[in-house]
Design a protein. Structure first.
Length: 449
């Protein structure tokens, strides 16, 4: 692979613009990763800071933590409206400015009530600008490599999953060693540096015309359906895909929310051990994003989606508190890693299917479809992340951990099967195929056109 890449980059066909495209793609990847640090790093210390240092209740703390998710989900639903009004460069500059200026506001000499109010507004503002910016970055990445949709969607999710894996560990260490102020301002500094690099490269000379100026006919076709929310009702598959994505997010966040308690009660393991297990599970999720991208480019996203669903339901129903073997802490850790791998494979494989179906159903450009679908994808995920622990906690009040998980996993798998069938039927009705390189081609003849 390395030798092939070296030959490719040193060949006469590899231009300076190709170098710039790859560097810009890398900066988009890093920007998404560093933006998510604003969500993942505080998870390690914000509850401790509010409850122990400021004396706030768990209800108030939960509201602060959930404010970011709800704000991001709301902004993601409205992302296409912003993409019509602002160029990605403008959106990125606005996001960088808000994220940079919002953090120092927290370090004033505030009362208990004033601090919690400012923190709430800050978290809402941060979540909103990230929710607006991220789908536009996804459209830029799609415009750079439109023929490699699996690679783009896999990279898009890998950026967030790396932050989810590294963020809590990094945030907890910095908070323990240097305090709340340093742990809060580090993400701001890192994101500002990376965003400035992205702004330098985000030039019209690198991006295709589809990002800088949408095709006039496509604009007319989508004039009455310009919001991301309306796209839910244009293509039935989109609504089904978002429901499935929300359910997967619910089950993943239910597991991660209550697994520490499960480990503590069953195996008497402390937070350090559980944190290591969750980090390993996050690493497996990162691997699943690469696998999903590879399978998407090979033209098998539907098969990957079903395989991931099978891993989720079989592992959960059989391996959580199994009757045929005495479970150990190590056994449960492996089980969680497999579940995270299956969930990542299932949910990431949904996105390429939705992007292509929406593109062909509405006659918009791939970049426009990518922006809208990635916005819905993020909105669905963070909605599931918010409601999952609530529903999961309700189930766990009366059912065992295995029973609660099995119910949620079965619902997810049924949705995946329905989604598989609907996508296959729609693809055949539109006469679309996926070739071995992963590009989608319309087979409609000239006479039919």
């Amino acid at each position: 692979w390395y030798q092939r890449r070296v030959r490719e980059m040193t060949s006469s066909d590899f231009t300076e613009q190709d170098y710039s495209k790859r560097i810009l793609f890398g900066f988009c990847f890093l920007i998404i990763t560093t933006q998510y640090f604003f969500f993942t790093m505080p998870l390690a210390f914000i509850a401790n800071e509010l409850i122990e240092e400021w004396g706030h209740s768990k209800v108030t703390t939960g509201s602060i933590v959930g404010a970011f998710s709800l704000s991001l989900a709301t902004a993601a639903l409205l992302s296409n409206k912003f993409s019509e009004c602002f160029h990605p460069r403008q959106t990125l500059f606005l996001t960088m400015t808000v994220l940079t200026l919002s953090t120092p506001i927290l370090f004033g000499n505030y009362t208990k009530t004033t601090f919690i109010l400012i923190l709430f507004v800050t978290r809402v503002a941060q979540g909103f600008v990230i929710g607006v910016c991220e789908p536009q970055l996804m459209s830029v990445m799609t415009a750079l490599y439109p023929e490699r949709l699996g690679f783009v969607t896999g990279s898009f999710e890998l950026a967030a999953s790396i932050s989810s894996t590294v963020g809590p560990l990094l945030g907890g260490f910095i908070y323990q060693e240097y305090g709340f102020a340093t742990a809060s301002i580090i993400p701001s500094i890192v994101n500002t540096v990376v965003s400035l690099g992205g702004l330098t490269l985000l030039k019209p000379s690198i991006l295709p015309n589809t990002v800088d100026q949408q095709d006039s006919e496509a604009s007319k076709d989508t004039e009455s359906n310009s919001t991301t929310i309306r796209s839910l009702f244009i293509v039935p598959l989109v609504l089904l895909g978002m429901v499935t994505e929300t359910l997967i997010a619910m089950i993943v966040n239910t597991i991660e929310s209550f697994y520490p308690n499960y480990y503590s009660e069953k195996y008497n393991k402390q937070e350090g051990y559980v944190g290591t297990v969750l980090a390993c599970a996050g690493f497996m999720y990162c691997i699943s994003t690469v696998a999903a991208g590879y399978l998407g480019d090979k033209g098998t996203p539907r098969k990957a989606m079903i395989f991931g669903g099978l891993l989720m339901i079989c592992t959960g129903c059989i391996a959580i508190d199994p009757w045929f073997v005495e479970p150990t802490a190590g056994w449960s850790a492996i089980t969680l890693c497999i579940i995270d791998f299956g969930s990542g494979l299932a949910q990431i494989s949904i996105l390429p299917c939705l992007i292509v179906q929406f593109q062909y159903r509405t006659n918009v450009s791939r970049e426009t479809s990518s922006c809208q679908m990635s916005g819905l994808y993020r909105a669905a995920y963070f909605s599931g992340a918010f409601f999952g622990p609530i529903i999961g906690g309700t189930l766990l009040q009366s059912l065992s951990y295995q029973q609660s998980y099995s119910i949620l996993a079965l619902i997810v798998f049924i949705n995946l099967i329905v989604l598989f069938g609907v996508d296959l039927y729609d693809s055949n009705s539109l006469e679309i195929k996926i070739n071995k390189q992963g590009s989608y081609e319309s087979l409609v003849s000239e006479q039919m056109e």
